[in-house]
Design a protein around this ligand. Structure first.
Ligand code: HEC
Length: 120
């Protein structure tokens, strides 16, 4: 139990240290908007408001405290099993780099901010 806690702690510190992506340019929400339209909107709807195929990402469930940015990368790279909704699972989405997903996430965060889900 102790060891597990320690491992989680080390991982958290490592993740925090890598969080900046090593001095890369800041994520680009405008590029993210285009990538979202091409790869995600078919299920998550225009401007991430949801569709019959998938949930809105502009939703409290997906605010950073519940779903941090790393989970967006993981969702795209590995897919998601159905757990929050009844739309079925999300398949992994091919052809996108981690950087692409970071830009998409920046776009979604911007929409969440506009909707008042993220308060700053
Ligand atoms: C084929 C439909 C489909 C596509 C395309 C799709 N998603 Fe999803 N996505 C879903 C569904 C359905 C869920 C909800 C699963 C659940 O929680 O029940 C989901 C959940 C998510 C989640 C939450 C993950 C979690 O850990 O709960 C994120 C983040 C996400 N999608 C991001 C994206 C992004 C970014 C793209 C585009 C690169 C994308 N999705 C494309 C169907 C899709």
């Amino acid at each position: 139990m102790r060891q597990t806690l320690f491992a989680v702690l080390v991982l958290t510190v490592l993740l925090a240290a890598c969080g900046g992506g090593g001095g890369e340019a800041a994520p680009d929400p405008e590029r993210g908007e285009q990538l979202f339209a091409m790869n995600c909107a078919v299920c998550h709807g225009p401007a991430a408001t949801g569709s019959l195929q998938g949930p809105p990402l502009v939703h409290e469930v997906y605010e950073p405290g519940h779903h941090p940015d790393e989970l967006f990368v993981r969702a795209v790279m590995e897919g998601v099993s159905q757990h929050h909704w009844d739309y079925g699972p999300m398949p992994r989405i091919g052809g996108l780099t981690e950087r692409d997903v970071e830009d998409i996430t920046a776009y979604v965060r911007q929409l969440q901010r506009e909707a008042g889900i993220i308060q700053e």
